[in-house]
Design a protein around this ligand. Structure first.
Ligand SMILES: Cc1cc2nc3c(=O)[nH]c(=O)nc-3n(C[C@H](O)[C@H](O)[C@H](O)COP(=O)(O)OP(=O)(O)OC[C@H]3O[C@@H](n4cnc5c(N)ncnc54)[C@H](O)[C@@H]3O)c2cc1C
Length: 246
């Protein structure tokens, strides 16, 4: 992880649960470097624990670069992330960044395929929120893998985006079998598939080496997906990747 020389003390504005495991934190008081951020970049965060600053942890900035408040959207994992839902407005934080090259120049790509696993959706939410602001006309196909529908915390927002952007969303729900009740004819750009994202489904949606591919999720999911894309003759090196392990 990059050094934290650029740490500056910010403040929590509000804390919003997205679902039982995922929380968004809105932050103000950041330094000017964050005003030049691009969609999909991340910051490192320290919180006060037992009267001392914690170690720094990386999180994608999940809002659009145009938004005034920084937003991070964090899933409970270990000790640090379990403390996040207990943050209160006014609490101090230390942020450093923005960092990272994932999604750099994505606005110049005509046909975009985004593949997200769980909370790995955050850089794509940032990009799509930005695309919404600038009324982008890129053709976007988003596959989002979760265990169950309730894990797909931003699904209502994505659903609305399919009406404003040239966006199709495919929810892959690995632990669900009966997904038909989720379909909504008013939103033909959103579909639901039981099971994991597979080669057949990629083919069915016309994914090919001609698209610009972006992949973000936990390491086992990334490995699996690169294997499936390889079977479509897509070179793993041509896929832009963000790895959430740290
Ligand atoms: C660039 C980047 C962007 C990220 N963006 C987000 C985001 O937007 N939202 C979000 O929720 N998370 C994001 N993460 C992941 C996040 O940083 C970690 O989940 C968090 O720091 C874990 O801290 P913790 O103390 O709560 O958990 P820890 O106790 O440190 O670990 C949590 C779990 O991960 C396992 N683990 C620990 N280290 C590793 C490792 N090196 N590789 C694989 N597994 C490990 C542990 O066994 C444990 O089960 C991002 C990571 C990176 C690198």
């Amino acid at each position: 992880m990059e050094s934290n020389e650029q740490d500056n003390t910010c403040r929590v504005v509000r804390v919003e649960p997205e679902n039982a495991d995922i929380t968004s934190v809105y932050i103000t008081g950041y330094d000017d470097r964050f005003r030049q951020r691009r969609a999909g970049q991340y910051l490192t965060l320290k919180i006060m624990r037992d009267g001392a600053w914690s170690e720094a942890h990386p999180f994608t900035i999940s809002c659009a670069p145009d938004d005034e408040l920084l937003r991070v959207t964090i899933k409970r994992a270990g000790a640090f992330t379990q403390a996040v839902p207990n943050l209160k407005p006014g609490d101090p934080l230390r942020c450093a960044g923005p960092y990272g090259l994932f999604c750099k120049n994505i606005e110049t790509r005509k046909d975009i395929v985004m593949i997200a696993g769980g909370v790995g959706i955050t850089p794509f939410l940032s990009v799509l929120r930005h695309f919404r602001v600038v009324k982008a006309r890129n053709n976007i196909l988003l596959f989002w893998s979760n265990k169950v529908l309730d894990d797909a915390f931003a699904r209502e927002e994505l659903k609305e985006m399919t009406r404003e952007l040239d966006l199709r969303v495919v929810h892959n729900l690995s632990r669900e079998t009966a997904v038909e009740p989720y379909e909504d004819r008013a939103y033909p750009g959103v579909s639901f598939m039981p099971g994991r994202l597979s080669l057949d489904l990629l083919k069915e949606h016309g994914v090919s080496a001609a698209s610009s591919l972006y992949l973000c999720g936990p390491p086992p999911m990334q490995e699996f997906m690169l294997g499936e894309l390889g079977r479509l003759y897509i070179d793993p090196h041509s896929v832009e990747k963000e790895n959430f392990s740290w």
